[in-house]
Ligand binder design. Structure first.
Ligand SMILES: [Zn+2]
Length: 301
C-alpha cells in the first residue's frame, strides 16, 4: 500500500515537473530574447537554466561514430555531418545540443584503421547514463539525432528499453539522413556509405576534408558474396557486400546534391524538434504504463 502511495506521489511530482517546463516559450529565432548558444558546453550554468526553459526541456543528442569512410572522407564524417545538421536545426528551433558523442555500434569496421568500437555493454551503459544525466539537468525530452547507419538497431532498442523501469523523461530517435525523392538527379544506384550522397553532404559541412580525387582509388561496388534469402540476417552481411567499408562512388558527388540533402536534413530535424516540443502524450502515457506495469493483475482490459 505504502509503495502504491509512493508511486502515486512520484507520478504527481513527475507531472508537476512536466507542467513546470511546459509553459510555451517560443524558439529564439522567433523572439526578441537575447541570443543563447545552442551548444551545451558554451552555456554558463545560469544560461543553461534559461536554455532549458527556452527549449521547453528539449535537448538534442547528435550521434556520430569514428569509422573509415571510403578512401576519401574523414573518420568523423558521421559526427561532423550530424552535428552540422543538428546545430543548424537548433539555431532555428531552439534546443540545447549535447557535445560530441560517438560511442555507438561499429563492430563491422574493426578491420579498418581509425575505427573506435566500444563493447555493446558500454554502448548501452554510457548512453543510459548520458540520457539520465541530461534528464537530471532538465532535458525531459531527449531527441537522439542519428548520423550513423550502424546504429539503426541500437537506438530503437535503447528507446524500447526505456520501458523497463520508470524514467521521468522521454527518448525520441530521429534516424533519417537523406530524402527519398527530389533534388538533383543522382548518378549512382548503390549509395550506402561514403558514396554520392554522403560525400555531397560533406562538401557542405566540411568541404576542406573531402578528397574527391581519391574516391575511385578503392572499389565501393557491391560484391554480393553472401547467398541467403531476404529476411535471413547475419552480422557479417555488410562485410560480405562492402569489404572496403565503402558503398557507392564518392566521385559522383556534387555540391548541389549536398546542399539539397543537407537542407532537407536540417529542415527535417527542425520539424522533429517542433513535434517533440508539441508532444504532450508520450510522457503521460509512459507514466501511465509504468504505474500499470507495477501491478499487471489489477489492470482492466
Ligand atoms: Zn557515414
Amino acid at each position: 500500500m505504502m509503495m502504491r502511495i509512493l508511486r502515486r506521489l512520484s507520478l504527481c511530482q513527475l507531472l508537476a515537473l512536466t507542467l513546470c517546463i511546459s509553459p510555451l516559450l517560443h524558439g529564439q529565432a522567433a523572439s526578441s530574447q537575447p541570443k543563447l548558444s545552442v551548444h551545451w558546453e558554451e552555456l554558463t550554468a545560469s544560461d543553461f537554466r534559461e536554455g532549458i526553459q527556452r527549449s521547453q526541456g528539449v535537448c538534442l543528442l547528435p550521434f556520430g561514430i569514428l569509422e573509415k569512410h571510403g578512401p576519401h572522407l574523414p573518420l568523423g564524417t558521421d559526427l561532423l555531418d550530424v552535428r552540422y545538421a543538428a546545430l543548424h536545426a537548433a539555431d532555428r528551433e531552439y534546443a540545447i545540443v549535447f557535445p560530441e558523442y560517438y560511442f555507438g555500434q561499429i563492430a563491422e569496421a574493426k578491420h579498418e584503421p581509425g575505427t573506435v568500437a566500444y563493447s555493446r555493454s558500454l554502448q548501452l551503459a554510457l548512453l543510459q547514463e548520458t540520457t539520465d544525466e541530461m534528464a537530471r539537468n532538465g532535458c525531459k525530452k531527449i531527441l537522439i539525432v542519428n548520423g550513423h547507419g550502424g546504429n539503426e538497431h541500437l537506438l530503437p532498442y535503447f528507446a524500447q528499453s526505456q520501458l523497463d523501469k520508470p524514467h521521468d523523461y522521454v527518448v525520441y530517435v530521429f534516424d533519417e539522413r537523406s530524402p527519398q525523392h527530389g533534388g538533383p538527379a543522382k548518378k549512382t544506384k548503390i549509395d550506402m556509405h561514403a558514396g554520392e550522397s554522403e560525400t555531397s553532404k560533406m562538401m557542405i559541412s566540411r568541404p576542406d576534408l573531402v578528397h574527391t580525387d581519391r574516391a575511385t582509388s578503392e572499389s565501393g561496388a557491391d560484391q554480393a558474396r553472401q547467398k541467403l534469402p531476404e529476411g535471413v540476417y547475419t552480422g557479417i552481411w555488410w562485410y560480405t557486400r562492402f569489404p572496403n567499408h565503402y558503398s557507392g562512388d564518392g566521385s559522383a558527388a556534387t555540391k548541389e546534391l549536398g546542399e539539397y540533402q543537407m537542407n532537407w536534413w536540417v529542415d527535417s530535424v527542425v520539424n522533429a524538434i517542433k513535434a517533440v516540443k508539441a508532444d504532450d502524450v508520450s510522457l503521460k502515457m509512459q507514466n501511465e504504463f509504468y504505474e500499470k506495469s507495477a501491478h499487471p493483475l489489477d489492470t482492466q482490459p
